[in-house]
Design a protein around this ligand. Structure first.
Ligand SMILES: [Zn+2]
Length: 381
């Protein structure tokens, strides 16, 4: 044990002893245990707030959404509407699939279907498998194959975004975060210094802040702490996700349970909805496939052409480059073209669009995105 390790370990033990003593906790087997310990609710918390009411509850209760809450998703027709937009999201992700995480050249054993050509020892992989001849082919990896889409209460799609971590050399350009920023930006688009013309009435009447209480966000993965936080601050209503993310450690559920609207508090966090709750069978397929990816013996995900670089990875973003993941997104995306609605003439909100209108709109949106949308790039980067 070196000096730094000793100091760090000593500091840790001293700190944990203080915490354990102060809060009546004991350290058992390397983990804190609250057995036989009373932990009074701190005085700064309102006694009737969700966090105060959950203070003594075990983690599994706080990290789980009660089934009766999830059941309030609505009528079967509303589930069908969610399903339409989940499938559209899958189609968008498949359309803009780019698995070149470490560049287009080299060898990715799990991406054989994405090979563009082989020449002697060189193999080149396509970064944009479906670009037409007149469109830019995005071989450079811009971000992960993770996207999010916003739909308003009537069923109209507002916009979509992809993860752009690589493009911005950042680890926080997540799809949901970019989408929330984009939605707020959109509300300002028509504000120009000439807008009010002869008076400033137009601006005076404008709300000081907007919220997204009627917005549903559809996204690839269970949202992380950053994106859950942004959606919570934006008052997003609900977030439907296509796959669990172990890196999210159920933070969306925890925030939802601890920030629920009460008589005295308007704070809230979006309801996280796993896509299997709205009838998306690909949710299970993606989770199972990722578990297989994790459980297979470590294998090389990428080898550079000169064999100097080898990457073995079990990250979910690498999984989302593989043929197996891509095929699942393709199946989901293809389903939208042949989808037969059970509730075509029903709207999920008063005055909203019927499911048939939503389905037609979704197909129309894809045509736009295919040519103009790219990975959310024509609008503000
Ligand atoms: Zn995130």
């Amino acid at each position: 044990m070196d000096a730094i390790t000793r100091i760090t370990r000593r500091s840790f033990l001293a700190r944990t002893a203080t915490i354990a003593g102060g809060a009546g906790l004991t350290l058992a087997g390397g983990h804190f245990s609250s057995a036989n310990a009373a932990s009074p609710v701190p005085g700064d918390l309102q006694p009737d707030s969700p966090i105060a009411k959950n203070w003594e509850n075990p983690l599994h209760m706080i990290a789980t959404i009660e089934s009766n809450v999830a059941d309030s998703l609505g009528a079967p027709s509303c589930l069908e509407r969610h399903k339409i937009y989940c499938l559209l999201l899958m189609k968008l992700i498949h359309r803009f699939w780019n698995g070149n995480k470490y560049g287009p050249f080299g060898t990715y054993p799990q991406r054989n279907k994405q090979i563009e050509y082989k020449h002697n020892s060189y193999t080149r992989y396509k970064g944009d498998l479906y670009a037409g001849p007149n469109l830019t082919i995005w071989d450079r990896y811009l971000g992960h194959n993770i996207a999010a889409m916003a739909v308003d209460r009537n069923g109209e799609i507002i916009d979509f975004e992809f993860n752009h971590n690589e493009l911005f050399r950042s680890s926080s350009e997540h799809a949901e975060a970019r989408l929330v920023r984009r939605l707020f930006d959109l509300t300002e688009i028509f504000d120009h210094w000439k807008t009010p013309r002869t008076s400033f009435k137009g601006l005076r009447d404008k709300a000081r802040e907007l919220d997204l209480t009627d917005i549903t966000i559809y996204t690839s993965l269970e949202s992380c702490a950053q994106c859950s936080g942004m959606m919570s601050l934006a008052r997003v209503k609900e977030v439907v996700f296509l796959q669990f993310d172990p890196g999210a450690y159920r933070i969306g559920n925890i925030m939802y349970n601890l920030a629920r609207k009460t008589a005295k508090s308007t704070s809230m966090s979006p309801l996280p909805i796993p896509a299997d709750r709205v009838g998306i069978k690909y949710f299970t397929q993606l989770n199972d496939s990722y578990q297989r990816f994790l459980s297979t013996p470590p294998q090389t995900f990428f080898t550079s052409s000169d064999h100097k670089i080898k990457k073995s990875t079990d990250s979910i973003t690498s999984f989302l480059c593989t043929d197996e993941a891509m095929d699942i997104f393709k199946k989901g995306g293809d389903e939208i073209a042949v989808m037969e609605l059970e509730h075509p003439n029903v709207a999920c909100s008063p005055g909203g669009w019927t499911n048939q209108m939503c389905l037609d709109h979704a197909k129309c949106f894809f045509e736009y995105a295919d040519i103009q949308g790219f990975r959310g790039s024509p609008h503000k980067l």
